[in-house]
Design a protein around this ligand. Sequence first.
Ligand SMILES: [Zn+2]
Ligand SMILES: [Zn+2]
Length: 337
Amino acid sequence: MKISMWYNNKDIRMEDVPTPTPGRNEILVKVMSCGICGSDIVEWYRLPRAPLVLGHEIGGEIVEVGGSVKNFRPGNRVFVAPKVPCMTCDYCKNGHYPVCSNIKDRLPGGFAEYVLVPESLVEKGTYRLPDNVTFDQSTFIEPLACVVRAQRLAGVKKDQTVMIIGCGMSGLLHIKLAKQKKCRVIATDINEKRLETARQIGADLTINAKEDVPERLIAENTKKADVVMLCASALSAVEQAWKCVDKGGAVVFFAVPGPKSVVTIPINDFWTKEIRIITSYYCGPPDIVDAIKLVESGQIKVDDMITHKLPLKDTAKGFQLVMDGHKSLKVIIKPNA
Ligand SMILES: [Zn+2]
Ligand SMILES: [Zn+2]
């Protein structure tokens, strides 16, 4: 089978490897759609494991199942999570699924014609797709689950002002989910085209990040934001977040500035204002279930964010499109198109 091997963002090669055969408790999935995630292009995060096959937003069809697999059969349409928590360790019991201490298997990357799903993921990480959810739509399940989790941790609820800093793919999903929760949503970005998209999908107010964001926020919204969701990695974005959060509010680090950056927290000011700083990394099984329901029910519409569908051989082009953020929103690789 063909795979797309990632060495770094500028060096992605098509390679041939034997198509795997499932063992007794494994399944083989033909990858129909696999999204390129914003985190796929973050080299400092990915390089330690390179070369590797990336792609964790996978929708596909089961083509072969091992002899002992009971719950699935060839022809089933599925979403497969990239990894699953054990649900029994102390971290899992407290809802910190992303830091489970017993994660042993990872799903191979989806920028490949097929993926072999290991036993633990067949048991707990493979979800049947509802009939009305397309393979392309299924690539949003994992990123939406991460968004669901972050807003849950922040306690986002009706009538709150939610500010989204950075209108890339995850920022846009945050806008959609916050609007679905009936929040007032303010979005910022340095890119006018992205701000236009943010308005089209429902943001109540957009502010170019080059302006004095806190000043415009107060002028147009009368108060600061109850939740500030950081979906950008620039240090200047963090500075804006500090200045835009209201008393009793929360700043959520959905994206981080990177390992070499030092962030200074105005902690004395925040202490007297009861401002929380929250991190949110990845998602857990309950978030995936919620995300599937949101897509299935149409409460979160995703088709309007798909801008590119490319064959596997154009994976490098897809990465370039995601890196040049203004030319694309969601880029989907179709390994079997
Ligand atoms: Zn992702
Ligand atoms: Zn665990």
